[in-house]
Design a protein around this ligand. Sequence first.
Ligand SMILES: CC(C)(COP(=O)(O)OP(=O)(O)OC[C@H]1O[C@@H](n2cnc3c(N)ncnc32)[C@H](O)[C@@H]1OP(=O)(O)O)[C@@H](O)C(=O)NCCC(=O)NCCS
Length: 456
Amino acid sequence: MNSQSDPVIAADAAAQAAAHASSQAQFVDWLRSVAPYIHAFRNQTFVVAFGGELVHEGRLNALVQDIALLHAMGMQIVLVHGSRPQVEDSMRLRHLDSQFSGGIRITDAPALESAKEAAGEVRLDIEAAISQGLPNTPMAHAHISIVSGNFVTARPVGIVDGVDFQHTGIVRKIDADSIRHSLSNRKLVLLSPLGFSPTGEAFNLAMEDVAAAAAIALRADKLIFITENEGVSAADGKLLRELSFDDAQRLRESGTVDENTDFYLKHVVRACRSGVPRAYLIPSALDGSILLELFTHDGVGSMIAYENLESLREATPDDVGNIIQLIEPLETDGTLVRRDRHQLERDIDHFSVIEHDGVLFGCVALYAYPQERIGEMACLTVSPEAQGSGDGERLLKRIEQRARARGLNRIFVLTTRTEHWFLKRGFVKASVDDLPEDRRRLYNWQRKSLVLIKPL
Ligand SMILES: CC(C)(COP(=O)(O)OP(=O)(O)OC[C@H]1O[C@@H](n2cnc3c(N)ncnc32)[C@H](O)[C@@H]1OP(=O)(O)O)[C@@H](O)C(=O)NCCC(=O)NCCS
């Protein structure tokens, strides 16, 4: 008996082919779902900062692979590294004691030597990791140039409460022009936690200070700290996924955050106040955390934003392409009636949209029939990855507001598959005869949509 006539083998082959087709479809869906983020983030500037712990714990290669991917997608990246554990190691080898005051290291001359040695070591490790290009690894064909240099001018912390911090410094200025020049030439820029004074003296800096100062000077779009914590937690220990700038400030004032997170927040608040629109604290322990944070709706750590992250607003002509991208799959599967593209462009001011971090997640339109004081709510769509978090309801409320503002006292919707969603939200069943006359003439009797009406 050959394999073609054996029903068990044939069934196995069919199951394998089905699994293969489904994994291909999954891959395509996944890649397409990432596309809006790639379009939104291309040419944006990200400052990505991490402590020396990440290098110490052997997680540098994985991070560098993710950074290389972001770079390939057209994002301009400045890396800022810390070197605290490496400084500790170096000082231990030299039998030097670390001295701190108020959580800040006092850098005397021997400690400065350790700081320079540690920064040099970490910088070389990062440069080596970026230079990899082994076949069959994510770094194959990467060919990334990385630039470091005297981009940071520092000044001494000085004497605070009678304590002389000696060679511990704070950032005075970032040479944004030179960094931008390198970024525009497709180079990665690497900043170490060391800066130099105009007199040629070196200062040991906090990585968080360098990163925030660089993000401010470059007017970066995102400041990303890869931290040892999961993100920012509330007093009850619950991870806060999104915080406004005001929330972050209040949290600091409440004194409930641990010292480590508070130090990050101090610099995040400063960056946001100076115009950096988004800052993130994401966990270093989670492989791929930077990709998950940037390319998924909910992210994995905490995002701090100067303005409201999710905005519900009226559509503009720039939204047409994104609206089409959102509704096309639903038109294809018959959930929505296919809309003429020219008409959509012409009617764009009938639409309201929801965007999150610059990416469009939902839309809805209102077509008013003022004579009958009724409006049609059309094209209500929330992208599958954002469904179930109340965006549909928010869009409905917006349409109700817009309808009331135009003096309408009812809205209707024609639906084939979403009846219960509308019934739960105050719509009641009606008939085609209840539609305004102009709309009744256009009613598609083949589609047999249900008519639902909500009094306002
Ligand atoms: C209908 C739709 C806009 C709702 O958006 P959403 O952001 O998920 O809505 P909300 O978060 O406000 O509401 C979610 C709730 O609606 C329910 N729901 C979603 N789709 C539903 C449907 N087709 N029928 C009944 N209930 C539905 C969810 O189960 C969830 O219920 P729960 O709160 O009890 O868990 C969205 O599912 C969508 O875009 N669907 C495809 C397009 C469509 O059908 N549009 C209507 C054309 S007339």
